[in-house]
Design a protein around this ligand. Structure first.
Ligand code: PEP
Length: 250
């Protein structure tokens, strides 16, 4: 089964009105001739509506960096999946290591958010991955399995129909130290095999992105690996030319 890779930019807490306008204009220009790859950007919530208007007529789709579990009500400061959908969001990044670390998000909460996002017609991008200490202790597969199982346990393998997984080793995020293509491939294969134990068809079609210091120089080699279906890109997604090189490599 051919999977169409997805390259998605996670802008994190960066940008203002002017920067959003300029970066999207640059991306539309750089990506005008691209096909064969899905492309998305995830600006801060504050700029989703602006981005939604600006990407019209291009191949770029819209992602959010988080969602609440609830669709409405007395939940001060939150953004609901319905609101994200309303402004044109398609993908929602969930369980990013920065949210697990700085906002104490647990596997259980992330599984609830995953369910809420799907119930409201959005596509979750579930981030999983081990810390440096876990990597050195040989726990990479156990950590990834536990993070996947939180979703599999409550929703079953069907959860990964119309969903994306991003393998993001924490030690590679924002450090300039990417996993090697062979290292990443081994974990991606483990992830796909883990899902295949429950449903081989779901495992075959699910997009598994790699994330962690992907840049214009290392993307092409990562994408030669059979189980790497694109990338979740942080730092390099803030420059139109670098992001375009990554998209074109996919
Ligand atoms: C990320 O935050 O999802 C990420 C992969 O960041 P970077 O590309 O900067 O390592």
């Amino acid at each position: 089964m051919m999977r169409k890779p997805l390259v998605m930019g996670n802008w994190k807490l960066n940008g203002d009105t002017k920067m959003v306008a300029e970066l999207i204009a640059g991306l539309k220009n750089e990506l005008a001739s691209v096909n064969g790859c899905q492309v998305a950007i995830a600006p801060p919530n504050m700029y989703l509506s602006q981005a939604s208007d600006q990407i019209k007529g291009s191949l770029i789709e819209l992602g959010a960096q988080n969602s609440d579990v609830n669709v409405s009500g007395a939940f001060t400061g939150e953004t609901s999946p319905l609101m994200l959908k309303d402004v044109g969001v398609k993908y929602v990044i969930l369980g990013h290591s920065e949210r697990r670390t700085y906002h104490a998000e647990t596997d259980e909460l992330i599984a609830k958010k995953f369910a809420a996002v799907k119930e409201n017609g959005l596509t979750p991008v579930l981030c999983i991955g081990e810390t440096e200490a876990e990597n050195e202790a040989g726990q990479t597969e156990a950590v990834c399995a536990k993070q996947l199982d939180a979703v599999l346990k409550t929703l079953g393998a069907a959860a990964f129909n119309q969903a994306v997984i991003a393998y993001e080793p924490v030690w590679a995020i924002g450090t300039g130290k990417s996993a090697t293509p062979a290292q990443a491939q081994a974990v991606h294969k483990f992830i796909r095999d883990h899902i295949a134990k429950q449903d081989a068809n779901v495992a075959k079609q699910v997009i598994i992105q790699y994330g962690g210091s992907v840049n214009a120089a290392n993307a092409a080699e990562l994408f030669t690996q059979p189980d790497i279906d694109g990338a979740l890109v942080g730092g390099a997604s803030l420059k139109a030319d670098a992001f375009a090189v990554i998209v074109k490599a996919a």
